[in-house]
Ligand binder design. Structure first.
Ligand code: ADP
Ligand code: MG
Length: 256
């Protein structure tokens, strides 16, 4: 398993934080992860320190000109390789239709270029809606990681994600391997414990045992364009993402 889509159609649940810091945890252990920013807001690209002046240097040109992904990879200080996004990526939803070839384009490109092989996992940061971009991420992925912040609206959106994945499975002709990840978890709050119990009751073994705690270093590091490992390596946030990597590796997500 090497290509992971980090997806939830709700915003603010920790998709970008998770993509960035899980990739950073992989890089710290000597991997050469690649992060693909599929959100036109381009927060992942910006925090990783990769801002593309023109859409042509971004993942947009895969859709517009079928440019090879290898031409779009930028190196970042954290050791993550980044395929950046651009505001104009929002055009993809209206420009090219929603046919199978369009939603399968990233999958074809990643497999053709073997970007997710040889110890180089690919993590895809999705935008908060199910459109052409997120479908591309899901079609390309070996596994979908669904961050769920510990609140009721986020729990509801997890149920919607599950429904969407089930609806896609007949098209994909496979069961989508997925894990639900509790984020912004504050064990002192009753609501957080309630959401945790509801999530486990609903999704059982597909809920990560690792909880990502509410942590100020995770919230602050984007302001410095840093991963949590660069900004505060001994913080709870860094420990949690390290533990998440251990758990996902043990579950076979990042093995060849
Ligand atoms: P998404 O990509 O799903 O929209 P983000 O990763 O951008 O969500 O997170 C939304 C906000 O919450 C950001 O300001 C981020 O820094 C903050 N955040 C995310 N995870 C945590 C956490 N575990 N503790 C504290 N703040 C967090
Ligand atoms: Mg985001």
């Amino acid at each position: 398993m090497t290509i992971v889509a980090v997806f939830n159609q709700k915003g603010g649940v920790g998709k970008t934080t998770t993509t960035l810091n899980l990739a950073a945890a992989l890089a710290r252990r000597g991997g050469t992860p690649c992060g693909i920013d599929l959100d036109p807001q381009a927060h992942f690209s910006a925090i990783a320190g990769v801002t593309a002046g023109a859409g042509d240097d971004t993942v947009l040109s895969l859709f517009q000109r079928n440019r090879p992904l290898s031409e779009l990879v930028h190196g970042a200080a954290s050791g993550i390789r980044v395929i950046p996004s651009h505001m104009e990526l929002s055009k993809v939803d209206t420009l090219f239709g929603k046919g199978y070839n369009v939603v399968n384009r990233l999958n074809v490109a990643l497999r053709a270029e073997r970007l997710g092989s040889g110890g180089s996992p690919v993590l895809i940061d999705c935008c908060p809606m199910i459109g052409v971009l997120s479908l591309n991420a899901i079609f390309a992925s070996d596994c979908v990681l669904v961050p769920v912040s510990a609140d009721h609206l986020s729990y509801k959106s997890a149920l919607q994600v599950e429904k969407a994945l089930r609806a896609l499975e007949p098209v994909l002709k496979r069961r989508v391997k997925r894990r639900y990840l509790l984020t912004r978890f504050d064990a002192r709050r009753r609501m957080a414990r309630e959401i945790q119990d509801m999530l486990v009751q609903q999704f059982g073994e597909e809920v990560c045992r690792t909880r990502i705690a509410e942590n100020v270093s995770l919230a602050e590091s984007p302001a410095h364009n840093k991963t949590v490992f660069e900004h505060a390596p001994s913080s709870r946030g860094a420990q949690d993402y390290d533990a998440l990597l251990d758990e996902l590796t043990a579950a076979g997500f990042f093995g060849e």
